[in-house]
Design a protein around this ligand. Structure first.
Ligand SMILES: Cc1cc2nc3c(=O)[nH]c(=O)nc-3n(C[C@H](O)[C@H](O)[C@H](O)COP(=O)(O)OP(=O)(O)OC[C@H]3O[C@@H](n4cnc5c(N)ncnc54)[C@H](O)[C@@H]3O)c2cc1C
Length: 311
């Protein structure tokens, strides 16, 4: 990781909150459900599906965990009422995983149950490696109980991931494959860009040709996108058999190219009042993103002033 990235991430505490908000507007839909609905509507009109993420993590009480699940139930109902092409992603520690696995599971079941009634889908995001076993165990139980409107996330940077992916085959999983935003130590994770990319492509090579997997290819990185497109073509996959996924505000021109080439693309739309804690935490966890954002601002400094750029 570059000294530049670390320096930018380290100086965050000196940046006034309104300025952080201005930059964050590109990546976060806003604070209210209505903001996320508006952004989703625009993305749907541009041919993209959406996954909505109500920001929050690491709740400290049962009441907060239950309230997070209630918030998601309301969100699923709004998606239904508004007729949006959107599902939801949840963070395990937002639903109480750090307090108890049973609490997490109970809250997930409530939300997945409501989603099922509404014909919708819930994905369990993957957080840092101490949460991986519990998240996968709960996912396996849900699928085992016939709750097929659920998906999970696997992180290419972890050594264990190919084995995890193979181990889920019997539940016909719906998996988002990504690099993994949490920096992990060398004992359990690849460290270099090249190794992580190699691991990512190995996961796609394993899963894309196999009918028991549905894969969300979550990346903005050209070599991975090119590798995925080659595999899709080589195995004759049709667009309903996989999807690309990208974050709101990141490389929209690449996203538009994917849509134009006939792929299905889902955009991850985070929103909520916890946006500031989310931004600061993500940047501290992985200072590389401070570098990405700074380079993006240098390319187009008007983002610091006028309206939020087109998502
Ligand atoms: C839909 C989606 C869901 C995700 N869910 C999870 C999850 O559940 N758990 C998890 O650990 N991680 C998750 N991630 C994050 C992911 O693991 C990576 O950290 C992130 O996507 C960057 O990896 P990349 O593949 O784009 O490659 P990189 O090599 O990191 O980036 C490739 C290029 O994309 C651009 N870029 C990438 N990210 C940004 C950014 N934030 N801002 C500006 N430019 C950027 C840069 O131009 C960069 O050169 C998710 C990512 C996506 C797209």
């Amino acid at each position: 990781m570059g000294i530049f990235d670390k320096a930018v991430a380290g100086s965050l505490k000196f940046i006034p909150k309104p300025l952080v908000r201005q930059v964050a507007r590109k990546y976060i839909a806003g604070e209210a459900v209505a903001d996320a609905v508006e952004v989703t509507r625009k993305l749907n009109a541009a041919g993209c599906m959406v996954t909505m993420d109500r920001l929050g993590e690491d709740v400290e009480s049962r009441e907060e965990a239950d309230a997070s699940a209630d918030g998601y139930i309301g969100l699923l109902e709004t998606i239904d009422e508004e007729g949006l092409d959107a599902n939801v992603s949840i963070k395990p520690t937002h639903f109480g995983l750090a307090l108890s696995r049973d609490l997490f599971e109970a809250n997930v079941r409530r939300v997945v149950g409501r989603a099922r009634e509404l014909g919708n889908f819930v994905r369990l995001d993957m957080e840092d490696s101490p949460t991986t076993d519990d998240t996968l165990a709960v996912y396996r139980k849900l699928r085992g109980d016939g709750l097929n409107n659920t998906g999970v996330v696997l992180q290419a940077r972890l050594y264990r991931t190919l084995a995890d992916q193979k181990g889920l085959a019997d539940v016909s999983p719906n998996i988002r494959v990504c690099k993994g935003v949490y920096l992990e130590p060398g004992e359990n994770a690849w460290q270099s860009y090249e190794d992580i990319n190699r691991a990512f492509l190995a996961l796609l090579e394993h899963a894309l040709p196999r009918r028991e997997y549905y894969i969300g290819i979550a990346t903005h990185d050209d070599p991975i996108i090119e590798g995925a497109e080659k595999l899709i073509e080589a195995h004759g996959l049709t667009p309903d058999q996989y999807e690309f996924q990208m974050l709101l505000g990141v490389r929209p021109e690449v996203r538009k190219g994917l849509v134009a080439r006939g792929h299905r693309v889902r955009v991850y739309v985070p929103f909520g009042t916890a946006w500031y804690a989310y931004c600061i935490r993500r940047l501290k966890e992985n200072p590389k993103f401070a570098g990405y954002i700074t380079m993006d601002l240098l390319r187009d400094p008007t983002q610091l002033f006028g309206k939020a750029p087109e998502s």
